[in-house]
Design a protein around this ligand. Structure first.
Ligand code: PRP
Ligand code: URA
Length: 212
């Protein structure tokens, strides 16, 4: 992999195995969605690994003791529509009290530039750690635009979580948002002339929702 890319690759064997099942062209939308939800939960486990803990006093059936809980961290989950929705359920299972904001962007098929069509966010994004999710980081245009929109709404602390990334997209986010760590399950080879990740898994939104 290119040394200059700043990215955390989640190499857990379960993640890698499930991703391979998703890449298969025969995988149907239901299995694709289930696998994406499972991988999202596993990646969420990695991303939250460094969340700070605090000790509180509790009473078990046997004794009083001090025990650890997450230190008041407020989390926001931000799926980029549509395909990002496929990563929401697994993360919400992990962090059920997270608030959810939606950003609607689609990639113009000719220019490959992102076009915004929706934005609805929790009012207190500036106080939350936001996990921005989209399965595909291709040219990076959509992710970079979403992160910019969130910063314009006051966001200060963000993590980008993608399933499959192209080096091109990682470079764009590293350059435009050096403060935002990227987590991905794979860094693929390159983009083709239509802006698709190679080998990738095709159009994530179409495969999730069966709109091929
Ligand atoms: C896909 C994907 C990302 C974007 C990635 O969405 O889910 O949002 O493309 O490409 P980029 O890095 O070159 O911007 P798409 O525009 O196909 O919309 P959809 O999720 O509604 O299918
Ligand atoms: N969007 C997708 O869904 N897949 C790609 O390979 C690139 C962009």
């Amino acid at each position: 992999m290119d040394d200059e890319l700043k990215v955390h690759v989640v190499n857990h064997p379960l993640v890698q195995h499930k991703l391979t099942m998703m890449r298969l062209k025969e995988t149907n939308p239901k299995d694709f969605r289930d696998l994406l939800a499972e991988i999202s939960m596993l990646m969420g486990y990695e991303i939250t690994r460094d969340f700070p803990l605090q000790e509180i006093e509790i009473e078990t059936p046997v004794a009083r003791c001090r025990a650890k809980v997450i230190a008041g961290k407020k989390v926001g989950l931000i799926p980029i529509l549509r395909a990002g929705l496929g990563m929401l359920e697994g993360l919400l299972d992990l962090i059920p009290i997270a608030r959810v904001g939606h950003i609607g962007l689609y990639r113009d098929p000719k220019t490959l530039k992102p076009v915004e069509y929706y934005c609805k966010l929790p009012t207190d994004v500036s106080e939350r750690t936001l996990i921005v999710v989209d399965p595909m980081l291709a040219t990076g245009g959509s992710a970079a635009a979403a992160l910019t929109m969130l910063k314009e709404h006051g966001a200060r602390n963000m993590i980008l979580m993608c399933l499959v990334s192209a080096p091109e997209g990682i470079r764009v986010v590293n350059r435009e948002h050096p403060d935002v760590p990227i987590y991905t399950a794979a860094v693929d080879d390159h983009l083709n002339d239509s802006g698709y990740i190679v080998p990738g898994l095709g159009d994530a939104g179409d495969r999730i929702f069966g709109t091929l």
